[in-house]
Design a protein. Structure first.
Length: 104
């Protein structure tokens, strides 16, 4: 088993390992810059050693490289009430940041 960590960003938790690319909520960092995730909830090196934070593990951080800032594909929001001729169609595109995990 490979080592992995669980980090928290944007109100969500992600299980990440070195070399993995993930999409997270938008971060205010330019592309090709580094970013450090310091909210580490869990760290393990493959099952032998496990550290669990309460809520976070101190002196543990994850270094990542920002690959791009973009927007998701459009999601359609459609509201409908039967028998009253009520229809509302709206689209939404969520901003995201794609990062690659460099070092744990």
């Amino acid at each position: 088993m490979d080592s992995f960590v669980v980090i928290e960003t944007g109100g969500k938790q992600y299980k990440v390992s070195v070399g993995q690319k993930i999409k997270v909520e938008k971060l205010n960092v330019e592309a090709d810059k580094g970013f450090i995730f310091d909210k580490v909830l869990l760290w393990t090196n493959g099952g032998e050693n496990i550290k669990i934070g309460a809520p976070y593990i101190k002196d543990t951080q994850v270094e990542a490289k920002v690959l791009k800032q973009a927007r998701e594909r459009k999601k359609i929001v459609f509201r409908y009430h039967s028998k009253t001729r009520y229809r509302k169609k709206k689209g939404h595109r969520q901003h995201y940041t794609e990062v690659e995990i460099i070092k744990i």
